[in-house]
Design a protein around this ligand. Structure first.
Ligand code: AMP
Ligand code: MG
Length: 330
C-alpha cells in the first residue's frame, strides 16, 4: 500500500524507512525525488528497480547541510565552493570528484558525484531526519514525465513505494541545473532554473554542453526522457500552431495547446482551441510545464506546444519540451 503523508510524523516514518534500507518519495523545489540511503548499495539498487532505470544512469546525492559534502567528495575546488555558496540551497546539482564512501551504484561507475542541497523545507527536514545523504533521481517511471505533485507520483508509482511525503506543487517545476565542476571549464550538462548567465556572474567562464553523446560523460544524457504518453509537436509561431492543431483535430486526436496566456488569446481569435494556460512569465511556464503535460496526456490525445525561445529559464524549459516532443517541430 502507498500512503501520502504530511507533517513531522510522516517525515519521521519516512526517515526510519530510509535507515532500514527502503526507498521513500519526497518533495523538493524542482520535482519529487525517489530517495534511498546514499551509502547503502542495496537500498540504492531498489531505486533502479522501482523506476525501471538503466544502472548506467547516475543518481544525485541530496544533503541538508553543506558540511555533508566532505563525506561525499574527495576534492572540492575553490570554484566549486564558490558556486555552492552562491546557489545552495537551491535548484542546482554540482558535480565533483567522489569519495570512496559512495557505492558505485550511485554514480554508475563514474569517478564523480552530483551533489544537491534542496531548498524545500520538507526535503531539508526529511534528509536531516535520515541522518545520511539521500541518493535520488526524479520519482517517475523511467522515460515518463517528472512529477511535480504528490498526486503525479501516486498515479505512477502506487503499490511500488510505501510512503510519499506531501510537499504541494513544486515551486520551480523542472529538474535542477547540473553543473560539472570536475572539468577545466565549468560545464552545464542539464539546464535548469539557475541559468548560464547566473553562473557566469559567479564563475566567469561557463559553457553549456552541446553536441552528440557518443560515450556519455553523464550516462543520463543519452536516454530519451520526459515523454508524455501522447505525441507532441513544437510550433514555430501562432500560425503554425493553428495549422498543426487543425490537422490533429481532423485526424480525430483531441488536441490541446500548451502556451502562454497571450499566445492562447491570439490563437482563439482564429480557432476555438482546447488550451492549458502556462501563465504570463517564463517562471510560471517553468512551474507549470510538467503538470500541464501530465494533464494533457490524461485528458487529450495530441499536444501542440509554443516555442518559448532561448532567453534565461525559457531555454531550460525548451530543453524539456524538445525532449518531450522528440524534436518534432512544425
Ligand atoms: P534525474 O534527475 O532523474 O534525471 O537523475 C539524475 C541525473 O543527474 C542523471 O540523469 C544524470 O544526468 C545526472 N548526474 C548524476 N550524477 C552525475 C555525475 N556524476 N555526472 C554526470 N551527471 C550526473
Ligand atoms: Mg529523471
Amino acid at each position: 500500500m502507498t500512503e501520502i503523508l504530511t507533517g513531522k510524523e510522516g517525515i519521521e516514518r519516512a526517515a526510519e524507512l530510509i535507515r532500514k534500507g527502503e526507498v521513500v518519495v519526497f518533495p523538493t523545489e524542482t520535482v519529487y525525488g525517489l530517495g534511498a540511503n546514499a551509502f547503502d548499495k542495496n537500498a540504492v539498487r531498489k531505486i533502479f528497480e522501482v523506476k525501471g532505470r538503466p544502472m548506467d544512469n547516475p543518481l544525485i546525492v541530496h544533503i541538508a547541510d553543506i558540511a555533508q559534502i566532505d563525506k561525499l567528495a574527495c576534492e572540492v575546488t575553490l570554484q566549486a565552493r564558490k558556486v555552492m555558496q552562491a546557489f545552495m540551497p537551491g535548484p542546482i546539482t554540482v558535480i565533483v570528484k567522489k569519495s570512496d564512501a559512495i557505492p558505485d551504484e550511485v554514480c554508475a561507475g563514474l569517478k564523480t558525484v552530483g551533489i544537491r542541497f534542496p531548498s524545500h523545507a520538507v526535503a531539508q527536514e526529511f534528509i536531516w531526519a535520515c541522518g545520511v545523504p539521500v541518493a535520488a533521481p526524479s520519482a517517475n517511471t523511467s522515460t515518463k514525465i517528472s512529477p511535480t505533485t504528490a498526486e503525479h507520483v501516486y498515479e505512477d508509482l502506487k503499490g511500488k513505494v510505501e510512503i510519499i511525503l506531501q510537499g504541494g506543487s513544486c515551486q520551480v517545476g523542472i529538474e535542477s541545473t547540473i553543473l560539472d565542476m570536475s572539468t577545466d571549464i565549468p560545464t552545464i550538462l542539464r539546464p535548469g532554473a539557475i541559468t548560464e548567465e547566473m553562473l557566469a556572474e559567479v564563475l566567469g567562464e561557463v559553457k553549456t554542453f552541446s553536441g552528440k553523446i557518443v560515450v556519455a560523460k553523464a550516462p543520463g544524457m543519452k536516454y530519451k526522457h520526459y515523454a508524455p504518453d501522447c505525441d507532441m509537436v513544437v510550433a514555430e509561431n501562432v500560425q503554425h500552431a493553428i495549422e498543426a492543431y487543425r490537422q490533429s483535430a481532423s485526424r480525430g486526436e483531441n488536441p490541446v495547446v500548451l502556451a502562454k496566456t497571450d499566445y492562447i488569446a491570439e490563437m482563439k481569435k482564429t480557432l476555438d482551441v482546447n488550451a492549458i494556460d502556462l501563465g504570463a512569465s517564463d517562471e510560471e511556464v517553468m512551474h507549470n510545464v510538467f503538470a500541464a503535460m501530465h494533464t494533457a496526456q490524461d485528458k487529450y490525445g495530441f499536444i501542440v506546444c509554443q516555442d518559448f525561445g532561448d532567453k534565461g529559464v525559457a531555454k531550460s524549459v525548451m530543453n524539456r519540451v524538445n525532449k518531450a516532443s522528440g524534436g518534432n517541430r512544425v
